[in-house]
Design a protein around this ligand. Structure first.
Ligand code: GTP
Ligand code: MG
Length: 422
């Protein structure tokens, strides 16, 4: 359901377990609504201890909302919170305007941004899974106009038919995505000898900008939410170290719809298999800590919670109050502060990346020509050799070595097989 160029009223409710992110309660939902192309006519906020089951907001606030819809002739009311199908129905009935919730808005943005066949499939699946439990609501809504609630008959048959169609399409899309996923896994695994590093983080944190600065690529950078939907990988040459494959990924957001995370698994495969994650955060945002926690939740959902990760405090050029930066650095002592725009701190970031990558060891069987002095001296200097054997001019070595040396060994003609991989 698109809100492009529609007149929208924003509603944000603060609850004890879901507080506002800053003194500007609507900042994030406004960014989302603008990204979706809505024309915002006014904003309404309410702080509650608990939601009102039927309508989410209380009756006084609802009255205010109804009046506002009339006064501004708004087309749509956009909630910063997630609503149940019943709440949407009650709110639509009261306001006589279209009501959409946060998840639906995010899905809408993803749908307009999806460019590749792969991301289109992923978004369509997430949208259908979102609407499946809501079909009944949609039909009983129509049914009321057609002849009253509870009338069995065409409405009910139609609903069954629609459920069947949607269910079929979901199965179809899942199958297609499984094929995409396994192709992607193979593709990513084929880079297992390389240093793979993924940029992850909240939407608009500056991941794509940093990718461009580090690799000289020209990835799409926009001051809008979810500008990047498809993963891009570029080479990043680090002096005195070598080549790193750096991937940019889709941004995360607080309460990212679960279906969306699930269907974007293929896109996030790079992050799932990366040796190292750079978790980029907009340190100039007053909500930086909440952004960090939300990203951690999504990383956990992806099974990445134990992966080596460097927290990158970005946009420090924008922080006027340096005590704020000091506070963040005290809270996250292992973080690296940078600016993707001015380049400040990038040397520290490189050092941290090299350090993290060289701390990554692997156990392997290596076969080289016994005359290959280069590889043998690499291994002599850097690997812990368990066992060594000479056979007809080749040397067989079982050892533990820093992973970053693996591709040097291969580049110099050695044959390497990682132990413990099927
Ligand atoms: N001041 C300042 N602005 C920055 C910095 N890095 C990025 N930006 C700006 O922040 C906005 C978002 O940057 P992107 O690189 O598109 O952010 P992203 O994390 O890739 O966002 P999504 O793809 O939407 O998840 C752009 O307007 C950038 O110019 C920085 O270091 N300092
Ligand atoms: Mg981006």
């Amino acid at each position: 359901m698109s809100v492009r160029r529609e007149r929208a009223i924003l509603v944000s409710v603060s609850l004890p377990n879901r507080p506002w992110l800053s003194d500007d309660p609507c900042e994030e939902i406004r960014g989302l609504a603008e990204s979706a192309g809505a024309d915002i006519v006014c904003e309404l906020t309410q702080k509650r201890h608990d939601i009102q089951t039927g309508t989410y907001i209380g009756s006084g606030k609802l009255k205010e909302l109804v009046d506002l819809v009339q006064a501004t002739s708004a087309d749509v009311v956009i909630f910063d919170n997630d609503l149940s199908p019943g709440q949407v129905r009650n709110l639509e009935k009261a306001t006589k305007a279209k009501v959409i919730d946060r998840s639906e808005l995010i899905l809408d943005i993803f749908a307009t941004r999806a460019r590749t066949p792969e991301s289109r499939l992923q978004v369509e699946l997430a949208q259908l899974e979102y609407s499946l439990p809501r079909l009944k609501q949609m039909w009983s809504h129509l049914g009321r106009h057609a002849g009253g609630i509870g009338t069995r008959g065409p409405g009910e048959t139609q609903l069954e038919e629609d459920r069947r169609l949607v269910g079929g399409r979901i199965r179809d899309l899942k199958q297609k995505l499984e094929i995409v996923q396994s192709r992607k896994e193979r593709e990513v695994r084929s880079r297992s000898e390389e240093h793979t590093v993924s940029l992850v983080g909240y939407t608009n944190a500056g991941k794509s900008r940093l990718m461009n600065t580090l690799t000289g690529a020209d990835t799409y950078v926009q001051n809008q939410l979810f500008s990047t939907l498809d993963t891009r990988t570029r080479q990043w040459h680090i002096q005195n170290f070598g080549k790193v494959l750096l991937s940019d990924t889709v941004g995360f957001i607080r309460d990212l719809p679960h279906h969306l995370v699930a269907s974007f698994k293929a896109t996030l495969e790079e992050a799932r298999q990366a040796r190292l994650l750079l978790h980029v955060v907009d340190a100039s945002s007053p909500a930086a800590e909440i952004h960090i926690d939300s990203v951690k939740v999504v990383l956990k959902e992806l099974g990445c919670e134990n992966k080596p990760t460097i927290l990158v405090l970005n946009k420090i050029d924008k922080i006027a109050d340096r005590t704020r930066l000091q506070l963040l650095q005290a809270t996250y002592p292992k973080s690296v502060a940078i600016s993707g725009i001015t380049g400040e701190g990038l040397e520290n970031l490189k050092e941290a990346v090299v350090e993290a990558l060289t701390q990554d060891f692997m156990e392997a069987d290596i076969v080289v020509d016994s005359g290959n002095g280069k590889v043998l001296s690499y291994l002599g200097a850097h690997a812990e050799i368990y066992h060594q054997e000479f056979q007809n001019g080749t040397t067989h070595i079982r050892c533990r070595l820093p992973r970053y040396l693996a591709h040097h060994v291969v580049a110099e003609g050695g044959n390497i097989k990682e132990l413990g991989l099927g």
